[in-house]
Design a binder for this molecule. Sequence first.
Ligand code: HEM
Length: 447
Amino acid sequence: MIRMFILSEVDIIHEALVINGAVFNDRPAFLGIMSGSGSKKGMVALESGPFHRYQRLFTREIMRALGIGCVKGEKHFTKSLTELCQHLTESTGRPLDARTTLSSFVFYSFSVFFFGNASDNNQALIKLRDSPTELLHQNPAFILASNILPKHFVEQLMPNKKKLTDSFLEIFQGRRQQQQLKDDTWSTDTSLDSFLDGILAIQKQYMNKNNSSSSSVHDAGNQGDGNHSNVMDKAAAALAPDEHYMQMFFDFFTVGAETSLVELLWVLQMVMLYPEWQRRIQEELDQVVGTEDAPSLLHKRRLHATMATISEVYRFRPVAALGAPHRVTQDMFLRGYFIPEGSYILTNIYAAHHDSKLWKEPDTFDPGRFLDAGGKFKIPNRMVTFSAGQRSCPGEMWTRSLIFLYITTILQKFTLRFPDNEDRPDVMGEPGINYSPCEFKICAVPR
Ligand code: HEM
């Protein structure tokens, strides 16, 4: 019998995933079956240990080199934001389905970040952009079936996965051919265009190991321990084949693009349900950014109501409400409870964010809780929207940039309203693998 424990308070989540991370950060095997990867490929279902550490290290290094979370990384969003504003302008205030409208732009931002311009001519990715749900959506029954059916049946149930990973491989190999023409000094230190370029640099570093004594993934992971470097080298060797990277791309796409889209939809819905906060955001955008310049991450520190509203949505409606399952690698006591080896752990992020010991009136949407008496934004430190510890979300900075830039760019130019004569969506949303808002329509009225 496998036991499952659900952690529902921020301190306990922290104690398990951060302080006792070595024991609490493995994944249950069923996740590998669900993602079609097994526990030795990709990132989401990967067993804990050196492979996982190595992937996290180079992911962090590539994100840093791409400037994700800083002004340098804003370029990944520019084109999709311009096209979105054009689309909203052309809609002339007519009701638009929020999900259908936003999804293609968010998925496009995602593919630009991942593949740069290399994605522009790939048919499968163009299709993904045009109808993302068609490619990524899987029947929920599949999740149950994947636990009991043999692997080749599961693959037949996931035809979209094959389409997607084939297109990733095509882009990957095409780009590698182009990059092979470049000289050997090309690495993650040089300016990268996309996550894909970062992966190619990592592969090249591995192949040219003798030249990799300057800043490299191996150095980044080496904390003065010769054995550590050795272990990382072995992990690099095991992960060198392309198929590992294809599964990693697949994991990032399926986990990342949908979750960030859904969180963005929550933010939009909340500013429409609470127009007083929408007005406050617009007023401060007018003061701080004006109407001519594009909002930038540099403005974050001066956009207090904006930051407070986004943070309150992260608290109030965390899209990954139950996190992702963990597996315990040895017998353990946590707060007096005995947790046997092999137990599954879920983090109830929703409950942690609605804990009345930490939050006054937790079921009320109130961005004001993140503002001090002078109206300045107070950085929240009791939230786990992106989880915590070695398995915490590697896409956090990308998502935070996306949501900030989308909300500020849209509200600088448009006022969002529900269509007249239509019921407001239920703020409780819809439960599911992702905690999503109910369907709603947007009227974007130019300001
Ligand atoms: C609002 C958007 C997002 C939220 C709320 C979110 C939240 C989370 C949470 C709660 C986890 C589970 C962590 C754990 O197991 O303890 C997770 C894992 C993960 N997320 Fe995100 N995520 C978001 C967007 C993204 C994006 C954009 C990407 C990709 C760029 C991404 C990639 C991943 C991956 C690969 C994992 C597995 C990490 C591992 O097992 O080491 N996520 N995310």
